[in-house]
Design a protein. Structure first.
Length: 244
């Protein structure tokens, strides 16, 4: 299992096409239980869900604010912490989506997730990332989610590190949407949509998480891979015709 402090994902110019992509994780699936999420626009969180409730389908913008941590409205604790065996596979079901890179971070909740927001400190460690693989069909990681999303269940699975000690953690699952919320000099800041899920690792090991990155803080507006060139303007020769 790899732990990473890498904070940006470089995207090949010319492959970054305009797409739409807003939403939320609809279900969190463990080896024993499928947990539904409260809809972002519902009046209150689902009392049986470990998925921290969002208040919008849209991206966290600006992503230098605290909404980048767990999404807009998502820094408040959920009512449930889902038990998850170390080394097991868990799945995020996004419903429907479009082509984008996918990544997952984890942070330990020192005194329990009920009192942990994750808004400060280098507490977030990347345990999974995948973007564009030219030799794969489909090439974009999130196109694998999109294939399932056609039936309403676009899923992405990760493995919980088997060496992590028992205790409560937050999974921060993120899609980097290849569209922008602001434009400067024909460049675009990419949208980042994420959901956080509270888990309790059981049957774990003894290797604590290393120092990671902070959210907010890890992403800056001018970082390569975040501020990118999506469109080009090509000059077109102009020819005039005289009447008569």
């Amino acid at each position: 299992m790899f732990f990473s402090k890498v904070k940006t994902l470089l995207l090949p110019l010319g492959l970054a096409t305009s797409v739409l992509g807003h939403g939320q994780v609809r279900y969190f699936i463990t080896s024993t239980t499928t947990y539904p999420a409260a809809d972002a626009y519902a009046a209150s969180p689902d009392p049986s869900s470990p998925i921290r409730k969002l208040d919008t389908y849209g991206p966290a913008a600006p992503f230098t604010g605290t909404a980048i941590t767990c999404g807009s409205g998502g820094n408040n604790a959920a009512a449930v912490v889902a038990p998850v065996a170390a080394g097991s596979v868990v799945t995020f079901d996004w419903g429907s989506w479009t082509s984008s890179p996918v990544m997952t971070y984890i942070a330990a909740c020192p005194s329990g997730c009920a009192s942990f927001k994750g808004e400060s400190g280098n507490v977030w460690v990347k345990i999974q990332q995948e973007g564009y693989v030219a030799s794969r069909t489909p090439p974009w990681a999130e196109q694998l989610i999109e294939q399932g999303g056609q039936s309403g269940h676009g899923k992405w699975s990760i493995t919980i590190p088997s060496t992590l000690p028992n205790g409560e953690y937050i999974l921060r699952h993120e899609i980097l949407a290849l569209s922008g919320y602001s434009v400067r000099e024909e460049k675009v800041n990419l949208w980042r949509c994420r959901n956080c899920v509270q888990i309790k690792i059981t049957g774990g090991g003894s290797v604590a998480l290393p120092s990671g990155v902070a959210f907010p803080g890890a992403y800056q507006p001018n970082d390569p891979g975040i501020l990118i060139q999506l469109w080009y303007v090509f000059p077109i020769p102009f020819e005039s015709e005289k009447e008569g």
